[in-house]
Design a protein around this ligand. Structure first.
Ligand SMILES: Cc1cc2nc3c(=O)[nH]c(=O)nc-3n(C[C@H](O)[C@H](O)[C@H](O)COP(=O)(O)OP(=O)(O)OC[C@H]3O[C@@H](n4cnc5c(N)ncnc54)[C@H](O)[C@@H]3O)c2cc1C
Length: 463
């Protein structure tokens, strides 16, 4: 079958890899740089990713499952290390388990008790899908440092502050609630029949029926023992890594594993139905496809694809909310990150790491490369935060590089619309706006798994 993939980021390339290996004739149309956000820029001997990255779920997550199944090359991941908070020039491990919450010096003793009892309370009494982190945190009488801590963590889990971050995102991000458990609620809104989808593989039909009729609140309550167990016994971030060579090496492993896929540097401007397929138009040419896989932002899909199923979703798609990130890369003689892992700052929210701690070849000999990612922040404020927090004089460093990007095609905010990957039998959507689970590259890979599963159901039955 002739398949056209719109966009050549992580989700487009993973789709191309899998569909090529399944025997299809694949063309990728990418308007800009192949790799999308999963790319590294080389400037003055430094190799800088588009944003600070940690790759999650490397034990058995969707990225590794897809690469193991279809790729000839797998990136070499270095263990990521721990996450810290930097406050008043001290580093504190980010508390996750009950024991860590009870012993962290980051917050006052009173808050430790309030937070641990509240987490247990929420898991046993349940909460609604639209309960925000703020709804809970603002009523607890916590100190300022604890409130700001939750706000900061929310920015990095959802791309939004705590007023707009759903509580379920905090609980799935911390690992208390398995990410799959959230799926029936997200897709129920779309009126997709879960009996026919990939969800069947994860839940028995009886269980899905029960979850949907019980509702979010009761389901959380019913699973409270399982979730509480994860809170009490949670081990640390053993499944995260950083790819040697930068995130570009993930994209390169996929590209080197492709044999017959054609990649063209063209922007798709229209997709129109024709007979049993589509005519995909770029400024340069028109291409016929039996199946289209769209991996660019779905927010723009109604402008490109004049297809009934997409036009019906027009308002929802156009309302998908993005978040803007600002990343500053600094090359310097000194390295203030004397540990493996990364740190977050509370005021202003920032996520920082030194990537040469994982791979010294990302910088010229004797230099260190540090990345600082901020959400919705101006460059001047970001630079002065770096100076204040680390005592680095930014006028005297070896290199500064600034990147602005949209980390995910849909922020994980309250009321966000996530597209289900199957739009119709021969039109699919993949990318970070086509799955609510996890973040970034893992989220993109999840959407590809769902797309493949749906795609195979359709075409297996036809053949
Ligand atoms: C600051 C920052 C920090 C991040 N941190 C992490 C992290 O720690 N862990 C993690 O896993 N991920 C992280 N990410 C995000 C991760 O890299 C991306 O979410 C992921 O790579 C997205 O892949 P994608 O295929 O969904 O989208 P994209 O990479 O955006 O790919 C979409 C592609 O479609 C192309 N396109 C758009 N319109 C058209 C058109 N009309 N025609 C043709 N092509 C088109 C675009 O040019 C682009 O290449 C981070 C990103 C940023 C910016």
């Amino acid at each position: 079958m002739k398949i056209i993939i719109v966009g050549g980021g992580t989700s487009g390339l993973l789709s191309a890899l899998a569909l090529e290996k399944e025997g299809h004739d694949v063309v990728v149309l990418e308007k800009d740089e192949i790799g999308g956000l999963c790319r590294s820029e080389k400037i003055n001997g430094y190799t800088m990713d588009i944003g600070v990255h940690a790759i999650t779920m490397l034990n058995n997550g969707p990225l590794i499952r897809l690469l193991n199944k279809y790729a000839r090359f797998i990136p070499n991941f270095k263990e990521y290390g721990d996450y810290y908070v930097r406050e008043n020039n001290e580093l504190y491990k980010i508390p996750v388990s009950m024991q860590e919450w009870m012993t962290t010096p980051l917050i006052p003793h009173k808050d430790k008790i309030l937070i641990t009892t509240k987490i247990m309370d929420l898991m046993t009494t349940g909460f609604t899908k639209d309960t925000s982190v703020y709804d809970v945190v603002s009523e607890m009488g916590l100190s300022d440092v604890s409130i700001k801590f939750f706000d900061t963590i929310c920015y990095f889990l959802s791309g939004e502050d705590m007023k707009n971050t759903p509580l379920w995102r905090l609980f799935t991000g911390a690992g208390y609630i398995p990410e799959d458990d959230i799926l029936p609620f997200i897709y129920n809104d779309l009126k997709i029949n879960p009996m026919k989808s990939i969800l069947v593989r994860k839940f028995s039909p009886e269980k899905i029926k029960k979850i949907l009729s019980d509702g979010f609140l009761t389901t959380i309550k019913n699973s409270s023992k399982k979730y509480l167990n994860k809170f009490v016994n949670r081990s640390r971030y053993w499944t995260q890594g950083y790819p040697v060579g930068g995130v570009q090496s993930i994209c390169d492993c996929i590209l080197y594993s492709l044999n017959n896929t054609t990649i063209k540097n063209e922007e798709v401007i229209s997709i129109e139905e024709e007979k049993n397929g589509y005519v995909v138009g770029t400024k340069e040419d028109n291409y016929y496809a039996d199946v289209v896989i769209y991996s660019a932002p779905s927010r723009y899909l109604p402008d490109i694809a004049k297809i009934d199923e997409i036009q019906k979703l027009k308002d929802k798609l156009r309302n998908i909310k993005f978040t803007k990130s600002l990343t500053i890369w600094i090359g310097h003689d000194e390295n203030p990150f004397s540990y493996l892992g990364s740190e977050v700052w509370i005021n202003p929210p920032c996520w920082a790491t030194c990537v040469t701690n994982y791979d010294k070849f990302l910088a010229p000999k004797g230099k260190h490369l540090m990345g600082f990612s901020f959400v919705n922040m101006k460059k001047e404020h970001a630079l002065s935060a770096i100076e204040n927090k680390l005592g680095i004089d930014v006028d005297k460093v070896d290199m500064i590089h600034v990147q602005k990007a949209i980390p995910e095609q849909a922020s994980c905010c309250i009321g966000q619309f996530f597209v289900y990957p199957k739009i119709k039998d021969n039109f699919y959507v993949v990318g970070t706006d086509a799955d609510p689970r996890s973040m970034g590259i893992t989220r993109a890979a999840y959407s590809v798994e769902v797309m493949l599963s749906e795609f195979k159901c359709v075409f297996k039955n036809r053949n």
